[in-house]
Design a protein around this ligand. Structure first.
Ligand code: ZN
Length: 283
């Protein structure tokens, strides 16, 4: 009899970001909520993605420990620091947990963990909160991990909200842990893509859909939101709305306001502002 796996999601709450580039009519910026997924068998477990700060990751460690499972592996879906800077904190509690990612993800990770990016981007935004030890993953050769006899497959997705992204597919339970290829009721980070590379992002969402998942966990989700496959189409629609409005507006403010009119309730409009600012003058 097959050993059914289970999964649970921990959402790290929004935390303040130190920055001057804030959206019109707001007084500050927060980072989007970040999700980490624990896939577990009877005894062992695999964690997919961490959070950013030491404090966030300590809370994540406490949640993993409360599961009573033996953490064997941490897997990173993509190379953005906000999804792997917590590995050292987690390995202090679970020293035998290996940290794995694909070779392509590791290439992005190495840049994110380099001194120019850590000192120029991450530390100014989260002063005193980033772990001084940033661990880069070992290569997941062959793209498949085993968890108590069940396969967890790393599926390459190419460019989504950054380069060289992946999702993790737990076929036996119909689960896709999508990383930042899908967003769940949170504004998308479009600042690293353009109209051309966003076609690759749409294709990545088509790839996830072709896996026919029954659940999809987004890398950034509203706490409590259901991990439904509907977020695949919701993410595609958001990208298409953004590109359509971007083609018909002159300034970041116009683009921002017209997107907000369609998406008044999504979490973290500050990210929409940065996406608009990446391609338009402020006003
Ligand atoms: Zn992210």
């Amino acid at each position: 009899m097959t050993n059914r796996l289970q999964w649970e999601v921990f959402v790290s709450a929004q935390i303040p970001v130190v920055t001057n580039d804030i959206a019109p009519g707001t007084s500050g910026m927060k980072w989007s909520p970040i999700s980490s997924t624990l896939i577990s068998g009877k005894r062992d477990a695999v964690l997919v993605d961490t959070a950013i700060t030491i404090d966030q990751n300590q809370k994540l460690v406490d949640w993993i420990a409360a599961s009573g499972k033996n953490l064997t592996t941490i897997y990173a879906t993509h190379g953005h620091g906000d999804h792997f800077f917590g590995v050292n904190t987690i390995q202090k509690k679970f020293p035998k947990a290996r940290f794995m990612a694909t070779r392509e993800v590791i290439a992005v990770m190495q840049k994110q963990a380099s001194a120019p990016v850590v000192n120029g981007y991450w530390k100014p935004r989260f002063p005193g909160q980033i772990d001084s030890t940033l661990v880069v993953a070992d290569e997941l050769k062959g793209g498949v991990m085993e968890l108590e006899g069940e396969q967890l497959v790393s599926v390459p997705l190419g460019h989504t909200d950054t380069d060289n992204t992946t999702c993790l597919h737990a076929r036996s339970i119909g689960l896709v842990v999508a990383g930042d290829s899908a967003y769940n009721d949170v504004h998308l980070h479009l600042g690293e893509s353009n109209a051309e590379t966003r076609k690759a992002w749409i294709a990545a969402l088509d790839t996830i859909e072709s896996l026919k998942p029954t659940a999809v966990v987004a890398g950034h989700k509203r706490a409590g939101a259901v991990d439904t496959p509907n977020i695949i189409e919701e993410t595609r629609k958001y990208i298409r709305d953004f590109d359509r409005i971007a083609a018909n507006t002159q300034t970041a403010s116009e683009l921002y306001n017209q997107m907000l009119a369609i998406y008044p309730e999504r979490v973290n409009p500050a990210v929409l502002w940065l996406s608009a600012r990446a391609i338009k003058p402020a006003s």
